[in-house]
Design a protein around this ligand. Structure first.
Ligand code: C2E
Ligand code: MG
Ligand code: MG
Length: 610
């Protein structure tokens, strides 16, 4: 009923007609502008008798325009003769205002004044009402005007079958979202969704079946959009822009705002696909839609509805022609990225079973004696075409697609078996450090996995160090604290990796049962020249020592850095200066030289892959 008539499109309301006898028109917001309070009182009383309850009154025409803009009434009753500003002038301004242009206006004028009527008509008045006002005439004119306006809105803004907003209304919603992007933040993503089955069904069965499918798709999209919206920052606002639309016989639109990054957009596309692909029951038949989605985002692909829609449509068509992915971005960069990720993700699945993972070891040395006291296990992926892929390129992906558990288990198993073997071969009980990802630590059964692997490998628990990153611990410090105590009970050591890059709370740090702090490489890099970094490194070393933790510096590349660390009292170092991460056999060689032994024959050959 409002200028922004999408207020009506509450999901659920759409398939049934309103159940009560009360006309929804009575909920209309009626505004009156007349300099005579007696007049507005009278009209309000008449309309209240007829069942209307929503009124805005302006007796000062100078305030009327602002009030009109903020209240967006469904109907305006406007007096033509007012002292401060005439009704004509106000009408003129209303028709020139982008937002108010289509508001229906009934003008109040003396019955005999033909010229005024003509002029008001020219200015776009919708109807007339003679003064003095007759009650039944008033009620009828108001009802008819509202009914016509509502019908007109329905016809020109909504699809008759699904009762979804049409493209026209949808575009307005998109533009509104783009305009308030600064306020809401994030990206606006437009999904142009082709459901070819809507068309196929019409050809192979009948129009009625096609319509039923279209309606089912419409309801699913509406539910999806309102769930997405209720989880957003805007959920409490009363914003009503349409988020779902029917754009063609087999094409739908979805627009969402506040999406943080390309990842979020991609995740949404996946979920939309999942929701829409569920089979739809059509009498005796069942249809499983296979939609195609084209996606454009603002601001990257454009800043208005038309451009964004074109981009998304084109992407949907393109995606369908290529037939590789069920969704496609309008922008080539996002597309390449998403395609690359999908391919890599598919290939990563099963990499451990296929024996494509490798574990390299980087020595950790005692700063004072320069002897190897431990090693950090670092995973690599021997990709069939790409060669050795570093962890930075697949660990985060593995976390995202739920593969980190399998990879983490493999790493743990491999590292513990290797270290146990070094010990058995007389290379000493050096400490082996294993990196653990956030999902492994926070949601997996790390305790159980560690118990198992210690049991099977025969490695002594005191040889195992678990590296947890600072940011992962501080994210949920109290949960981390409990989990850390659990792990400590097994007898393993705990280390905080990349220390200095997260935001440690000192009160937690002193309660964490941690054995080692690893100073992040970014601070070591500028030693000894960088004054600030030197001060930071010194502080971390002192902090670690005062909390009874050993301090390790990672990424040591030069002898000057090492000398500086020695002066600052650092305990252990690791870096390219001594060695890069190397395969198992090579590491065993370094280790045996470090402790002055010959290399046992059994370790001469790398035992990887398993
Ligand atoms: P990290 O745990 O901080 O590991 C240290 C990284 O610094 C390693 O990179 C290592 O090769 C590199 N590095 C060591 N010394 C130097 C140096 O002197 N100069 C330079 N420029 N770099 C040095 P890598 O092996 O590429 O691993 C990167 C990150 O991937 C690791 O950072 C760790 O967060 C993660 N990662 C590696 N393996 C695993 C794993 O098995 N599980 C999990 N969850 N994450 C892993
Ligand atoms: Mg590490
Ligand atoms: Mg690190």
């Amino acid at each position: 009923m409002k200028e922004d008539i999408w207020a009506n499109t509450r999901p659920g309301e759409l398939d049934e007609e309103p159940s009560s006898d009360r006309s929804p028109l009575l909920d209309a917001k009626v505004m009156m502008v007349d300099d005579e309070p007696m007049m507005t009182d009278l009209i309000q009383a008449y309309l209240e008798d007829a069942g209307y309850a929503n009124f805005i009154v302006a007796n000062n025409p100078l305030e009327a325009l602002a009030l009109l803009r903020s209240e967006a009434p469904d109907l305006l009753l406007l007096d033509l003769m007012m002292p401060l500003m005439s009704g004509f002038e106000l009408l003129d301004r209303i028709r020139a205002d982008r937002k108010l242009r289509y508001t229906p206006v009934i003008v109040l004028t003396a019955a005999t004044d033909a010229n005024s009527k003509l002029r008001a008509l020219q200015l776009g008045a919708t109807d007339f009402l003679s003064k003095p006002v007759d009650e039944s005439e008033l009620v009828l004119r108001v009802r008819n005007t509202l009914a016509f306006h509502e019908y007109h809105n329905r016809m020109s803004n909504f699809d008759a079958v699904t009762r979804l907003p049409n493209q026209r209304l949808f575009d307005r919603g998109i533009d509104e979202m783009v305009a308030r992007r600064d306020l809401v933040g994030g990206m606006v993503a437009l999904f142009s969704i082709d459901v070819p089955e809507c068309q196929l069904l019409r050809q192979s069965m009948d129009q009625a079946s096609a319509d039923r499918l279209s309606k089912a798709i419409a309801r699913r999209l509406e539910r999806f959009a309102s769930a997405a919206h209720s989880g957003s920052a805007l959920a409490t606002s009363n914003e009503r822009a349409p988020r779902v639309a029917r754009l063609g016989s087999a094409q739908f639109g979805l627009v969402l705002e506040g999406l943080a990054d390309a990842e979020a957009v991609e995740g949404t596309a996946h979920r939309v696909l999942a929701v829409l692909s569920e089979p739809v029951a059509l009498g005796l038949h069942e249809v499983a839609p296979k939609p195609w989605i084209g996606i454009s985002v603002a601001p990257a692909d454009g800043d208005n509805a038309e451009v964004l829609r074109k981009g998304a449509d084109l992407a949907a068509t393109h995606g369908r022609e290529q037939g590789t992915l069920q969704f496609q971005f309008a922008s080539p960069e996002l597309n390449a990225r998403s395609y690359e990720k999908l391919t890599l993700g598919l290939q990563l699945r099963g990499a451990a079973q296929r024996g494509e993972l490798r574990l390299h070891y980087q020595p950790k040395l005692d700063v004072a004696s320069n002897r190897i006291v431990g090693a950090e296990a670092l995973v690599r992926w021997q990709h069939p075409d790409r060669g050795l892929v570093p962890p930075a390129q697949f660990i985060a992906l593995a976390e995202e697609i739920g593969l980190i558990g399998a990879i983490g288990d493999w790493v743990l198993d491999r590292a513990c078996h290797d270290a146990a073997e070094w010990a058995r071969n007389g290379l000493g009980e050096i400490k082996i450090a294993v990196n653990v990802a956030k999902p492994q630590f926070l949601t997996g059964d790390l305790y159980g996995a560690l118990r198992q692997v210690l049991l099977h490998s025969g490695l002594s628990a005191r040889q195992l160090v678990i590296e947890l990153t600072e940011s992962m611990l501080m994210n949920d410090a109290s949960a981390s604290l409990a989990l850390m105590h659990e792990l400590k009970a097994l007898g393993v050591a705990l280390s905080i990796d990349d220390f200095g890059t997260g935001y440690s709370s000192l009160s937690y740090l002193k309660r964490f049962p941690v054995d080692e702090l690893k100073i992040d490489r970014s601070f070591v890099m500028d030693l000894p020249g960088g004054k600030t970094d030197t001060a930071i490194v010194r502080t971390v070393i002192d902090l670690g020592h005062s909390l009874d933790m050993a301090v390790t510096a990672e990424g040591v590349e030069t002898i000057e850095q090492l000398d500086c660390l020695k002066q600052l009292g650092c305990d252990i170092y690791q870096g390219f200066l001594f060695s890069r991460p190397v395969p198992m056999a090579e590491f065993a060689g370094l280790l045996s030289r470090s402790i002055g032994l010959g290399l046992p024959r059994s370790l001469l050959h790398s035992n990887q892959p398993p």
